[in-house]
Design a binder for this molecule. Structure first.
Ligand code: ZN
Length: 306
């Protein structure tokens, strides 16, 4: 067995537009190895992070999909609390270009001088655009179909090291194993080096998580969702409300399942539920006949990727 570093998603809020009892607006925490990233930041996100006992100073990057309030109204509070709590390490916010102005005017009006560097990166909602990469993860854009420009995100982990062949591992001294995993040939004393290819297998496939909220049914996303282990897709409405979904540029649960099925993803996670549904099970029931491996997101839900 090869121990893989953690790659987890925590859904902090799963409601659409208006808060409903027990539901909060959209925010998600993505953790890949040691990296921590926030995806959308609806009102009250910092409270949700406290509720799960997460130290939000660990977040290095925040990704804002679009500028509807239920996806970013918690941002200013979080930026401010990070400052008040003495943050010094940089924070990068990836989002629509207007976001810089929105944040800037609030900082100026309150004469707040952040103690930490705040970087703004404008996102381009064009499928496949590279948005960010660090030592843990590569993040690319998805072009969602919504009333205003809206970017989805694919988080793909960096490929892991080569695997040692189980039938050869005992012939590799322990102190040389890491070097072989990194691709080196095995040199021992004066004997001929053993080529790396004889000792290793390719790394495990890199795991990926895709975030699609908010969007109308958009089959153009499918090529960019291939091979994704976990797809979060909004499911604001039931099929009975399909006309309303079309008008507001949202999706039904069945449409989310069609995208998951046609992209061949591993698992589908539904969210962004309209407050008219007290119980989201009605959405799950409409998705599962199309794509069986579907689950509902919920407040504080933890989902392991891959
Ligand atoms: Zn929206």
């Amino acid at each position: 067995m090869h121990q893989r570093p953690p790659f987890t998603l925590i859904t902090l809020g799963t409601g659409a537009a208006l808060p409903a009892r027990g539901r909060y607006p959209t925010a998600q925490l993505v953790q890949v190895s040691g990296g921590c990233y926030l995806v959308d930041c609806g009102e009250g996100t910092q409270e949700r992070l406290r509720a799960i006992g997460f130290n939000f100073q660990r977040i290095s990057d925040i990704f804002i999909s679009h500028l509807h309030g239920d996806h970013f109204l918690g941002l200013m509070g979080l930026i401010s609390s990070m400052h008040l709590m003495g943050r010094q390490q940089p924070l990068t916010i990836h989002g629509p270009k207007e976001l810089q102005e929105i944040i800037g005017v609030q900082l100026r009006a309150s004469a707040t001088y952040l103690r930490y560097p705040l970087h703004m990166r404008v996102t381009t909602p064009v499928n496949g655009t590279l948005l960010m990469e660090d030592e843990h993860v590569v993040v690319t854009a998805l072009e969602l179909q919504h009333r205003i420009p809206c970017t989805g995100f694919v988080f793909r982990e960096r490929p892991g090291p080569l695997l040692l062949r189980p039938d050869r591992v005992s012939s590799i001294p322990k102190f040389r194993r890491n070097a072989v995993k990194m691709g080196e040939d095995l040199r021992l004393g004066d004997s001929e080096p053993i080529p790396n290819a004889e000792l290793t297998l390719p790394p495990l496939p890199a795991r990926a998580y895709a975030y699609c909220s908010d969007t109308a049914y958009a089959p153009s996303l499918i090529p960019y969702l291939k091979g994704v282990d976990l797809l979060y897709h909004e499911a604001t409405f039931t099929t009975a409300m399909a006309a309303r979904a079309k008008e507001t540029m949202h999706s039904t649960a069945e449409q989310a399942a069609m995208i998951a099925r046609d992209a061949g993803v591993g698992r589908l996670l539904l969210g962004h539920f309209s407050s008219r549904y007290k119980h989201a099970e009605v959405l799950l029931e409409e998705a599962r006949p199309v794509f069986l491996n579907t689950e509902l997101s919920y407040e504080g839900g933890v989902f392991h990727i891959g």
